[in-house]
Write a protein that binds this ligand. Structure first.
Ligand code: MRU
Length: 354
């Protein structure tokens, strides 16, 4: 464990990216990693919404947790006049920050439910802060439980290698991680040979964040270009592809970082297992299938430039969806803290989620 990592009981939960101090929220600026560890202090919901939009904080559960703290800050700094209207406006602003990860809307709904029970601003300040802390703590607990569930499902006896995409670690969650939490757990159980980390163009969550998190915690990692995944699988180097999710629909379709769908197609072709790891706050049973998931498209500059340097003609047309949908039929197992759904479909999903 690196000296900067945090531990929960026996387990190292990795480098956290969200710190709550009661009256203020600190977010580790993930845009600057791995070069610089810079924390941004926020005292209002608008700043939190901007940090979510600009990817200071990213990863579905981390977005939800930050938004919950954003609502707590809105209560704490409400003017005292029409405090209810101020908090409602903060919730609307946070909800508009990013469209795909359902954890954002789930967390805001939890906060709204609590807010609806508050009869005074004082009460709202206390109750909303307590609820945000609960959402944060429950996410960490869910990650630890998912890792145990996944390990049991894999029933491995000898160490093996895995491939992962994007960043699903402590940085993307309340700590430990979803897919990266399973990878941490495999490492703890001495069942992990190596982790192939897709660099994850264009935002480079794999090279800038996953490779950084794993190296820091002494977990073996080999960085690869996204286009190398097929060759890695063809060479028989990995037994599982393990990824996170931004939204899982009632039929088991999964929205996750762009490139996940092609990994699922490759995994099926090469007979490599394909595992999705996500807390129940990522499950959206109100949507029938992945076709209904709003997919965020970001600015063309994310593809035309790398850190301000041009890597494409200035005006070239760009298609930049930042998530894709993997159909349930290509997924071997969805792991949640409530249990696992093998060969996911509507019946399997309904057996765990109402
Ligand atoms: O655009 P990002 O970095 O927010 O996308 C993150 C992902 O797609 C993750 O795989 C997903 O949120 C799961 S994080 C535990």
């Amino acid at each position: 464990m690196s000296k900067n990592s945090v531990s929960s009981g026996e387990r190292s939960i990795g480098t956290v990216a969200i710190r709550w101090h009661g009256g203020s929220l600190e977010l580790l600026d993930q845009r600057l990693l791995p070069d610089e560890e810079h924390w941004i202090t926020l005292e209002g919901a608008s700043g939190v919404a901007q940090c979510i939009r600009d990817m200071v904080v990213r990863g579905a559960p981390a977005i939800g947790i930050s938004a919950a703290y954003g609502v707590a800050l809105a209560a704490r700094h409400a003017g005292g006049g029409d405090w209810k209207a101020e908090i409602k406006q903060a919730i609307r602003e946070l909800a508009a920050a990013r469209p795909t990860a359902v954890n954002l809307f789930w967390a805001l709904q939890e906060m709204e439910r609590e807010f609806a029970c508050c009869h005074s601003l004082d009460e709202a300040v206390k109750r909303l802060a307590t609820t945000a802390v609960r959402i944060h703590e429950e996410d960490l607990a869910a990650n630890l439980a998912m890792a145990d569930n996944a390990l049991e499902h894999m029933a491995a006896e000898k160490p093996f290698s895995v491939l992962t995409h994007c960043n699903t670690g402590a940085l993307a969650t309340g700590g430990y991680g979803t897919a990266l939490g399973v990878i941490r757990r495999l490492h703890e159980a001495k069942l992990l040979k190596d982790v192939y980390a897709d660099e994850t163009r264009p935002w480079l969550q794999g090279s800038r964040l996953t490779a950084w998190e794993l190296s820091r915690d002494g977990i073996p990692v080999t960085l690869n270009a996204d286009g190398a995944a097929a060759a890695i699988m063809a060479a028989g180097k990995v037994r599982w592809v393990i990824v996170g999710a931004d939204r899982i629909t009632a039929n088991g379709d999964v929205a996750n970082k762009i490139g996940t769908y092609s990994l699922a197609v490759l995994a099926r072709h090469h007979k490599v297992g394909f595992m999705v790891v996500a807390p129940s706050s990522t499950v959206d049973m109100s949507l029938e299938s992945g076709k209904d998931i709003p997919i965020e498209e970001r600015e063309g500059s994310e593809l035309r430039q790398v850190r301000g340097m041009s890597i494409a003609p200035a005006g070239v047309k760009v298609f930049n969806p930042v998530f894709d949908v993997t159909p349930a039929s290509l997924i071997d197992v969805i792991v949640t803290e409530k249990g696992v759904v093998s060969t996911p479909n509507l019946t399997g999903m309904r057996s765990l989620f109402r």
